[in-house]
Design a protein around this ligand. Structure first.
Ligand code: 1CP
Length: 350
């Protein structure tokens, strides 16, 4: 890692990523990769031989090391802190494991279970993540942005009510119909907790955060407007008031993208199902757009990756575009495909 004082971040330095998120002109578009620290990297797999995922994410030093792994290997424009969307939930007394996705010990399936959740002190919310942010900040080159993140209240509620990731989350949808008031109280609690957590991440040194709404698409638009929107909106508003830039990632919800686009966020990130150019045409005057190569294309190798990257760069206007995949990079992705993506994006500066 570069260790000279000049290479370290200073408050005056605005990275390529930060400028693109503010829709300022940049010499080329920034690039980072959803789930960029992970199993496709040999150095991550090596650490996973010695430590479980919970141990890695639970130690500030190990989490900082894993966060930096993809940055040492590729010239990416942002690092994302290594943690999970579940990391802040122990502050609410929630117990869970990973197998490999989150499995909650006692799913929340009644109004009484929602009301029994303890009030959390913001300092008790994932202190290891806050410490890891401070550690990464010291090591990260000045031109690389550091991103924090959290799960959207709805996506967190999906795991808490259903208990684990299952197709179409039927128990969650039943809970929304049977106990709408209890669901609202749960979303309200999660929204307040996540706002406090993201603001602490900002104080620890991230310049922007991404909110992952991975299970956004489960409700009809009318139910989403009624149950989900107010809580997501108040969380994003509180984070913006604290001066932290926001990217909202919406997965697999083509029927809701226009509704999400109206929420307060500097950037809108979408999966590969969405026409990013059309989204930019509709919202590019107020929002940066991020995405959205299909991660499966990278598993097909460097050539298809290069072609997909060139086609994306061709279609989407450079200004206010942050290049990324439409969802997390897959574990069987060849490192050479990531290199091909980096090269295609960097070629724009030449
Ligand atoms: O090595 C392993 O086996 C652990 C796999 C793993 C990893 C690497 C999990 C379990 N979480 C993570 C880290 C993680 N999760 C990051 C860190 C950043 C990085 O890797 O660079 C981030 C941003 C997340 C976010 C996350 N976790 C989301 C939102 C993004 C998305 O992919 O939609 C979701 C839905 C989760 C839940 C989760 N945690 C882990 C898995 C495998 C899953 C999803 C699948 C499921 O529900 O079964």
């Amino acid at each position: 890692m570069t260790g000279t004082a000049a290479a370290r971040i200073s408050p005056e330095t605005r990275t390529l990523f930060d400028r693109a998120l503010d829709r300022e002109p940049t010499p080329r578009r920034p690039l980072w990769i959803n789930r960029q620290a992970g199993r496709y990297l040999p150095e991550y797999r090596k650490l996973r031989e010695r430590y479980g995922f919970k141990e890695l994410a639970g130690s500030a030093e190990l989490a900082a090391e894993v966060t930096l792994q993809p940055i040492r290997r590729f010239p990416l424009d942002a690092a994302i802190i290594f943690a999970d969307i579940m990391s802040p939930l122990p502050a609410l007394g929630i117990e869970f494991d990973f197998a490999p996705g989150p499995v909650v010990a006692e799913p929340i399936r009644s109004a009484a279970a929602v009301d029994a959740l303890p009030e959390a002190d913001s300092k008790s919310v994932a202190p290891e993540v806050i410490e890891a942010i401070a550690l990464v900040r010291r090591e990260l080159p000045a031109h690389t942005a550091l991103l924090g993140f959290c799960g959207a209240p709805w996506t967190l509620a999906a795991y808490l009510v259903e208990g684990r990731g299952v197709k179409d989350f039927p128990r969650l949808r039943a809970f929304a119909a049977e106990q709408p008031r209890a669901l609202e109280r749960l979303l309200e609690r999660l929204s307040r907790l996540m706002a406090a957590y993201l603001i602490r991440q900002g104080q620890a040194g991230v310049s922007a955060i991404q909110v992952f709404d991975s299970w956004a698409g489960l409700l009809s638009r009318a139910s989403w407007e009624r149950l989900v929107r107010p809580h997501l909106e108040s969380m994003l508003h509180a984070v913006g008031e604290a001066g932290i830039s926001r990217i909202l990632f919406v997965n697999n919800a083509p029927h809701l993208v226009e509704a999400y686009a109206g929420l307060p966020a500097e950037g809108l990130a979408v999966d590969w199902r969405i026409d990013l150019r059309a989204l930019q045409e509709r919202h590019g005057d107020r929002r940066a757009v991020q995405g959205n190569i299909d991660p499966a294309i990278l598993t097909a190798g460097p050539e298809p990756t290069r072609a997909a990257a060139e086609s994306l760069l061709d279609q989407v206007r450079a200004r206010g575009h942050i290049v990324n995949l439409g969802h997390g990079v897959l574990p069987n992705t060849p490192v050479e495909s990531v290199e091909a993506l980096v090269q295609a994006v960097h070629r724009e500066a030449q």
